[in-house]
Each structure stands twice: as C-alpha cells, then as structure tokens.
Design a binder for this molecule. Sequence first.
Ligand SMILES: Nc1nc2c(ncn2[C@@H]2O[C@H](COP(=O)(O)OP(=O)(O)OP(=O)(O)O)[C@@H](O)[C@H]2O)c(=O)[nH]1
Ligand SMILES: [Mg+2]
Length: 337
Amino acid sequence: MLVGLQGSGKTTTAAKLALHLKQKGQRPFMVATDVRRPAAIAQLTTLGQQIDIPVYGEGNSPQVIAKGALKRAKEWGAHWVIVDTGGRLHIDEPLMSELSELKKELRPNDVLLVADAMTGQDAVRAAEEFQAKVGLTGLILTKLDGDARGGAALSIRSVTGVPIKFIGTGEKTDSLEPFYPDRLASRILGMGDVLTLIEKAEATMDAKRAQELEEKMRRATFDLEDFLEQLRQVKKMGSLTQWLDMLPGFSSLTRRIPQEAFDDKAMKKVEAIILSMTPRERHMPQIIDGSRRRRIARGSGTTPQDINQLLNQFRQAQKLMKDLSRGRQRGLLSLFR
Ligand SMILES: Nc1nc2c(ncn2[C@@H]2O[C@H](COP(=O)(O)OP(=O)(O)OP(=O)(O)O)[C@@H](O)[C@H]2O)c(=O)[nH]1
Ligand SMILES: [Mg+2]
C-alpha cells in the first residue's frame, strides 16, 4: 500500500514497483483507489497498459475497490498487489481515516510512504502524521533525479523510524533504484565514496573499539596506546593504502605512509617500542626527548631512528583521524540505519 501527499509520486511509483517486480519474474497486480481526483484511476490504468500489468479500480469507495481487487488478484494469481491511494495537499483527518480503513481492509505487508525529495519541512511533518495515524513500514523517496540533495530524507527517515527502500530517479517507469545509504549520503554531503569506506571499516573493526577511538579523536586524547590499537585494527582490514585511496584527497597522504609499516615484522617492532614506553610517554609522546628515546630504543631492541619514525607515523595517524572524524559521515550514516 502506497501512501503520501498529493503529487509525491505514488501513482508513478506504483507502476515503477510493478515493473521492477515483473522484471524479476513476479506477477504484480495494481489497484487504483483514488476515487476523489478525476482521472486518477485512468492515470494508473494507462501506466498499467504501458507496462502490461493489470489494474483494478472498480467501485465507488476505496474499501469497495480494495475488496474487489483482492478477490480479482487472487483469481489472477498475483504474487504482489500494489495499491495506489489518493493524496492531499496537506494532511487532514478524512484522508487519515480513509487510509486507516483501507489498511484494515487490505491488511498489507507493507505501507510505504512515497515522499518527494524536493520538499522540505512540510513533508517531514506529514511523514510523522502518516506514521502516527496510518502506520508505515518503509519509505520511497522520489524525484532524486532533480536538484534535490535529499536532505529531507534524513529527517523523514528519522521521524518515522522506518527504512528507505527505494528511490525514484525519473518520470519513466524504469526509474526506480534500490536504496543505498552511502550513495544518498554522498549526494547529500557531496563526497566521493567516503561512506562505503566507513562502512567497510566498520564491518572489519570492532565497532565498540572504533567508536571509542573516534571519541578520543574528538577529544584529542588519542595517544600511542590508541595508535597501537588502531594499527592492529587497520591491519585486520587489509592494506591501509587500499582503503584510503577510496577517499578523495587522501591519495597524497597514503603515499606518505610506507606500506611496510603494516607488515608483521614492522608491527612487532611498533608493539615493542610502544610497550617499552612508560604510560606517561604513551599518553604524551611530546615528552620523549633524546635520553628517553635512547632508553626506549634499548628496551625494545631498536634504534632511536626507529623511535623517530614511529613518532612520525603516529603524528600522521593523528592528523588522518582528525580529518576523518571532522566529517559528519559516520553520524549521518547511522541515521539511515
Ligand atoms: N523527475 C521525477 N518525476 C517524478 C518522479 N516520480 C514521480 N514524478 C512526477 O511527479 C508528478 C506526480 O506524480 P504522481 O505519480 O502522479 O503523484 P501522486 O502522488 O500519485 O499524485 P496524486 O495522486 O495527485 O496525489 C508526475 O508528473 C510524475 O511524472 C521521479 O522520481 N522523478
Ligand atoms: Mg496519484
């Protein structure tokens, strides 16, 4: 069952969904229940003819149509019944009760709110109402082919608490895409593949540990113990440069971090060095002077140059993490979940 404000794209989306299912070898069946707007039923019927999918719209009230449609769909052997509903310019009580009645009659698996990505706060408030009065299971965001960056999607996602399932990217019936959070987030932020990168990082890293590290970065208390922990995590993720290369503007940085820094031998060395430091040194590497450097080198079986190299790497990582966490990517991504 598709619901939404007037002109949000319900009728078009009904046809898009039907075509999508048909292309997957399914038998979808469409129902037009908008008896109020003249030509609304004819609009869906025309779309149905274009994509060769049956449309039912017989009756003078939504419930009567729904009842007849379910019967007909069953006889026809439909796998899916897609129900288009009428829209309103603004949320009003008659619409909400009409939709609630219809929902009772249909008992749909899904009630999807079709929302126009170009609209702003009004759409957000409407979404909240639809959720409260009718009850939603998901969202379809339309008109993402336009200039809209889709920022309203975030608010709608957040006020309804239901996931975005598809996005509409054009007027034609084949302009429907599954929803990928990273792509929309990139679009909103105007970034490259940052989100895919962070998702990848999240999948490999221990989520709790990653969050702690991030927290530390924000408070600028990221120290050498955290650095060691981070190296271990990054090592688990595979080559650092490989994933950093996905970030726009970071390729110059990756070239500055030697690949050898992440092989086993180098890791052992880094561990030995950091473990030879006092807790105070790990926490405040800036206090490591010449004599401390020599002591740490002796304790870890390395040279003062090794210590210098490590401290350089640490500073690079510190800067890198600062750059990464400066973005809102992570918080943004979590809104879609
Ligand atoms: N560019 C673009 N246009 C779209 C998209 N989805 C729908 N439209 C257009 O938006 C307009 C309204 O679409 P409808 O499907 O009629 O909207 P509706 O929600 O059924 O409208 P009512 O039945 O009047 O409430 C039409 O001109 C559609 O072609 C989309 O993803 N991209
Ligand atoms: Mg319509």
